[in-house]
Design a protein around this ligand. Structure first.
Ligand code: NI
Length: 639
C-alpha cells in the first residue's frame, strides 16, 4: 500500500485529525499556556470536536471546513494540583480555550505508565518487600500500573494523579508474567509527587510453579495446520473507500477512531430506491466498565473504565493481514498524540472487508420442485485494542437485509491471584492453573446509538411478549401477544433485558409511515447480557452508573458522548447518564439517543489459561417496518 500523505488538510468536517493539525494545535496550546507549560506537562489524547447536526447536514463537498480539536492533558500546577487541562483549539482562527479539570482527571497517558513503573521499582520499601519474597532480579519484574479506580490511597492528596501498581515475575523478557503474580503487594503511586505514597503488603504467598508461555515455540508439540484457505475477490472488493467515507451495497457511512469511543460510525444510511435514508447519525462505544467480584485485597478495588481512563481508541493495534484479517482488506490509519505534542501514527488501525455469512434467505417449494436461496454477505468494520492484560475487538457488521450488528470479541490474559495449595476460593476466583486463580469479573460495554431514523424526531417503545390468561377470549390458554409501551421520559427509559419475555426496544419515526400504515422503525435486539452485579451503593455503581441498566434513552445533546462523563479517571462518580437524566426530559417524538450496555460476566475456566479463546457478546439492530418487505428480494442468485 502506498505511503499516505498524512498532512492532508481535512476535506470533510468529520475527517479525523491529521498529523499537521495535531502538531500545529499542540504548539498553539503550549504557547497559550506559557510558563505553565513545563517539561512535566504532557498530552493524553486528542479528539475532533464533531460539528453539530445542522452544520453537518448543510455541508457540501468543497465547502470550507471548520476544524476544532480537543486535547486532554496534565501540567501539574504547583500551587493547586488539579485534574489537568481540557483544551479546545480552533484551527480556523488559532484560538485556544483552556479549561481546568476540577472533577476527575485527564486520562492515563503513556508517560503516566512509564513513570509509575519507574517510581515503584525505585522505592526501597517495594524493593525490600520483593527481596523478602526471594525476588532479586527487578529487571524481570513486570509492573502493571492500574487506575486507582475509586480508591486512591487516602494519603494521596486530591488532584494528584494516582496508580496502584501490582507486580509479576518473568523468567526473562519473553515470558508471560501473568503466570507468576506477586500476591499481596500493592504500591500506591502518587505520580504528581513522584513517590510511592503507601505500600500495601498482605504477606507472602509463593509464586505459582508453572510457566504460562503461549507462543508456538514453547508448546511441547504443534498439531497439523489446517489446510490453506484462500479468500480472494478476483474482481476486487465490493466497497468504495473515499477518505473515511465508505459505500457498500446500499449502505453509506463514515468511519473514524475516537480516543474514548474507539471505532465510530457516522451518518449511516441505507439507499432505498433512489432515496438515501438516514438510520444512525453516530454509533460507537461510549464507555465500558470491568468490575471484579472477588473480595481479595488484590482485586476488590478493581473496576476499570477502559474507554475513558485508558483512551481505548489510542490502544488500537496495527492490524496484520493474514493474522488479524483474512481476505481482501482495506485499512484506515489512526493518528493520536504523544505526550510531547507530536503526532503518533497508528497504521492499519481500522479494517474493512467483506465476509460470506452463509444463507440470507431460502425456500424449497415442494409443488414446483424449485429452490430459491440467496447468500448473506456482510461488510465488516473492525478494530482490536490492547488494554493491559486484555484484548478487545469491536466488529460492526452491515448486512444486505438492512440489519446491523455489533460483536465484541474478548481475549488476552485473565487477571490472576497466586494461592496456596488447597486455599483457593472457587466461588470468587476459580483455579485456572496450579496455585493460580482468576477472579470472577464482568465486562460491560455501553454503546451510544444516536438514531436519526428518516429524520431527527423519533420515539422509543419497549416490546414484551405477554401470555394472555385463560378465559373467554382464550379458552385454550395458548394466547400470547405483543405488548408495546412508549418510553416517554428519561427516567421511564432506564430498562434491563428480559429474555423470558423476548424484550426488545424499537425506535420509530412517528411521522414516516410504511405502506402498511405503521411508523418506520428499527429494533434493538439485546444479546443475553447482564447488567452491573455490584451493589447500587458501591463505588463502582457510582462511577459507572450507566451499567446499572441495559438501556437508557436521552434527548440528544452534542456534549453527551461518554456515558460516565468526560473525565472518568479518578472521578468519584455521578457524572454522565445519571446526571444527564436527572431532569427527566421527555424523549417522545424528539431527537433521541439510545445507550445500550451489553457484556459478559466472566467466570474464568482452565481453558482461559494461559491465553483466553475469544468470548463474544453484542447486539443487533434490525429494521421493523422500515422497509415495505424483505429488502433483499432484489439480490441476484449466486452461481
Ligand atoms: Ni474477562
Amino acid at each position: 500500500m502506498a505511503e499516505k500523505d498524512l498532512s492532508n488538510t481535512a476535506a470533510h468536517p468529520l475527517d479525523p485529525p491529521t498529523v499537521a493539525e495535531i502538531e500545529r494545535a499542540t504548539g498553539l496550546i503550549a504557547e497559550a499556556m506559557g510558563k505553565a507549560w513545563t517539561e512535566r506537562a504532557g498530552f493524553c489524547s486528542v479528539a475532533l470536536v464533531e460539528p453539530g447536526k445542522a452544520e453537518l447536514s448543510a455541508f457540501r463537498q468543497g465547502d470550507p471546513v471548520s476544524r476544532k480539536l480537543r486535547f486532554l492533558g496534565y501540567d501539574y500546577p504547583i500551587e493547586q494540583p488539579d485534574g489537568g487541562f481540557d483544551a479546545v483549539v480552533d484551527l480556523n482562527t488559532n484560538d485556544v480555550a483552556v479549561s481546568r479539570i476540577t472533577k476527575g482527571q485527564a486520562p492515563i497517558g503513556f508517560a503516566d505508565v512509564v513513570n509509575a513503573v519507574r517510581i515503584a521499582k525505585q522505592d526501597p520499601h517495594w524493593q525490600a518487600a520483593m527481596r523478602r519474597r526471594g525476588i532479586e532480579d527487578f529487571e524481570n519484574v513486570q509492573i502493571d500500573p492500574w487506575p486507582a479506580s475509586g480508591y486512591p490511597h487516602p494519603s494521596i492528596p486530591a488532584g494528584h494523579r494516582a496508580h496502584r501498581c501490582i507486580s509479576f515475575v518473568r523468567e526473562d523478557k519473553s515470558d508471560n508474567g501473568y503466570a507468576r503474580p506477586v500476591q499481596g503487594l500493592i504500591a500506591h503511586v502518587d505520580l504528581t509527587a513522584g513517590r510511592v505514597a503507601h505500600l500495601e503488603d498482605h504477606g507472602d504467598i509463593p509464586l505459582p510453579p508453572e510457566s504460562g508461555r503461549y507462543d508456538a515455540a514453547s508448546q511441547p508439540r504443534l498439531r497439523d495446520a489446517p489446510k490453506p484457505l484462500s479468500i480472494t475477490q478476483p474482481e476486487g472488493v465490493g466497497f468504495e473507500v473515499d477518505g473515511n467515507a465508505i459505500a457498500w451495497q446500499n449502505w453509506e457511512f463514515r468511519v473514524a477512531m475516537h480516543p474514548t469511543n474507539g471505532l465510530v460510525l457516522h451518518q449511516l444510511g441505507y439507499r432505498d430506491g433512489d432515496q438515501m435514508r438516514p438510520i444512525l447519525h453516530r454509533a460507537a462505544l461510549s464507555e465500558m466498565i470491568v468490575p471484579y467480584g472477588d473480595t481479595d485485597p488484590m482485586h476488590v478495588w478493581k473496576h476499570v473504565l477502559d474507554a475513558g481512563e485508558a483512551s481505548i481508541g489510542n490502544c488500537a493495534n496495527s492490524l496484520v493481514l493474514g493474522c488479524d484479517c483474512l481476505g481482501e482488506i482495506r485499512y484506515l490509519d489512526h493518528v493520536a498524540v504523544k505526550p510531547d505534542g507530536a503526532a503518533r501514527h497508528v497504521p492499519n488501525a481500522i479494517c474493512l472487508h467483506e465476509e460470506d455469512n452463509g444463507i440470507l434467505w431460502k425456500h424449497h417449494d415442494g409443488h414446483s420442485q424449485t429452490t430459491e436461496a440467496r447468500r448473506s454477505r456482510r461488510l465488516v468494520v473492525s478494530s482490536f485494542h490492547t488494554v493491559g492484560n486484555y484484548e478487545y475487538g469491536f466488529y460492526w457488521y452491515l448486512y444486505l437485509d438492512g440489519s446491523i450488528e455489533m460483536e465484541i470479541k474478548l481475549t488476552g490474559i485473565v487477571g490472576v491471584s497466586a494461592v496456596r495449595d488447597g486455599k483457593q476460593r472457587d466461588e470468587f476466583a476459580p483455579l485456572v492453573a496450579p496455585n493460580l486463580a482468576s477472579p470472577v469479573h464482568q465486562h460491560l460495554f455501553c454503546f451510544r446509538l444516536d438514531f436519526d431514523l428518516d429524520g431527527q424526531s423519533n420515539s422509543v417503545y419497549e416490546l414484551n411478549t405477554q401470555a394472555v390468561p385463560t378465559g373467554p377470549g382464550n379458552p385454550d390458554g395458548t394466547a400470547f401477544r405483543i405488548r408495546s409501551d412508549l418510553l416517554a421520559s428519561e427516567s421511564s427509559a432506564r430498562r434491563c433485558v428480559d429474555p423470558a419475555r423476548s424484550r426488545s426496544w424499537k425506535v420509530v419515526n412517528p411521522a414516516r409511515r410504511n405502506r402498511l400504515g405503521g411508523p418506520v422503525g428499527y429494533r434493538l435486539l439485546p444479546g443475553p447480557t447482564p447488567a452491573l452485579l455490584a451493589d447500587p451503593g458501591s463505588r463502582v455503581a457510582a462511577r459507572a452508573g450507566f451499567s446499572r441498566y441495559n438501556l437508557w434513552v436521552t434527548r440528544y445533546d452534542p456534549g453527551e458522548l461518554c456515558a460516565a462523563g468526560d473525565h472518568p479517571n479518578l472521578n468519584p462518580g455521578g457524572d454522565g447518564l445519571p446526571a444527564w437524566t436527572a431532569d427527566d426530559r421527555s424523549v417522545e417524538d424528539t431527537d433521541v439517543v439510545l445507550w445500550h450496555t451489553v457484556g459478559s460476566t466472566h467466570l474464568p475456566r482452565p481453558e482461559d489459561w494461559p491465553v483466553m479463546p475469544v468470548e463474544k457478546c453484542g447486539f443487533t439492530l434490525q429494521p421493523v417496518g422500515f422497509f415495505d418487505r424483505n429488502p433483499a428480494l432484489d439480490l441476484p442468485p449466486a452461481h
